[in-house]
Design a protein around this ligand. Sequence first.
Ligand SMILES: NC(=O)c1ccc[n+]([C@@H]2O[C@H](COP(=O)([O-])OP(=O)(O)OC[C@H]3O[C@@H](n4cnc5c(N)ncnc54)[C@H](OP(=O)(O)O)[C@@H]3O)[C@@H](O)[C@H]2O)c1
Length: 274
Amino acid sequence: MAKKILILGAGGMLGADLVKAFSEEYDVVAWTHKDFDITDSFSFNKIKKLNPDIIINSAAYTAVDQAETERDKAFLINSEAIISLSRVADECDAVLVNFSTDYVFSGEKNGGYVETDPPSGALNVYGRSKSKGEENLKAKKHYLIRTSWLFGKNGKNFVRTMIDLAAKNQELKIVADQIGKPTYTADLAQAVFDLMKDMPEFGIYHLVNEDAVSWCDFAKEIFKIKGIDVKVTPVTSAEFVRPATRPKNSILDNTKRPKLRSHTEALKSYLKEI
Ligand SMILES: NC(=O)c1ccc[n+]([C@@H]2O[C@H](COP(=O)([O-])OP(=O)(O)OC[C@H]3O[C@@H](n4cnc5c(N)ncnc54)[C@H](OP(=O)(O)O)[C@@H]3O)[C@@H](O)[C@H]2O)c1
């Protein structure tokens, strides 16, 4: 009999691709925000009744800048809800998968962050809420997956924003002193599928497309592949002030699982599909 897998946040950018990746081989129950609010502790009985083998939580508060003024909401969704999820996962004897971010790190390390690097010094509220969520992920059988700079079909993301902005402007100023690994949600969903198949040791995994790049160089790649003619001017984070400070070094190194393809190859696939 196929394993029963519950996907929370199924209407999100990653959630939608997780549903696709798992649908053929698993008995998938996909709940969007409307179907299930992870901050509503009274509704957790619904999960107990379902009794899934695996719970994948892709529901999250992801508005990085807005989190600076919505601290309580960010912590409620990204950290407190993980306590209830961990509890219900144990009650069902289920595997719990939760996602975290490069923003749990300060970005001061020389070289990429590996899975054993302790999260510390998050620079913004979102990062701190996800870091607390990592601490609260206490289910006996859990996977904590850190990923970064997501782009996917089902959501607003940097790639779409760049294409939209290029249609309205002749010149774009883009941050060149933040470096990370852009990751395609379809590739990440496949990597999570493979992880669930293999069921290696529980713990922390970094799943990202390969090859680090700055936002500015990533934008140039997008325009080159799409054949868009727009002037790109590199700027520093100090020149492009936003409510939430971002780490300079957002590089996550995947040292435990088969490496995903380069972000450039992933970007080409994505751009063919949108
Ligand atoms: N996006 C990135 O660049 C990035 C980078 C690193 C890590 N991550 C992590 O990867 C995971 C997936 O991110 P994503 O980009 O796919 O996020 P997303 O597109 O913003 O999707 C999150 C989903 O969660 C739902 N949600 C919000 N509050 C909820 C609640 N209280 N109960 C149930 N559902 C709720 C949202 O629904 P509504 O829209 O209706 O509120 C949305 O459908 C998250 O854990 C995120 O922190 C993301």
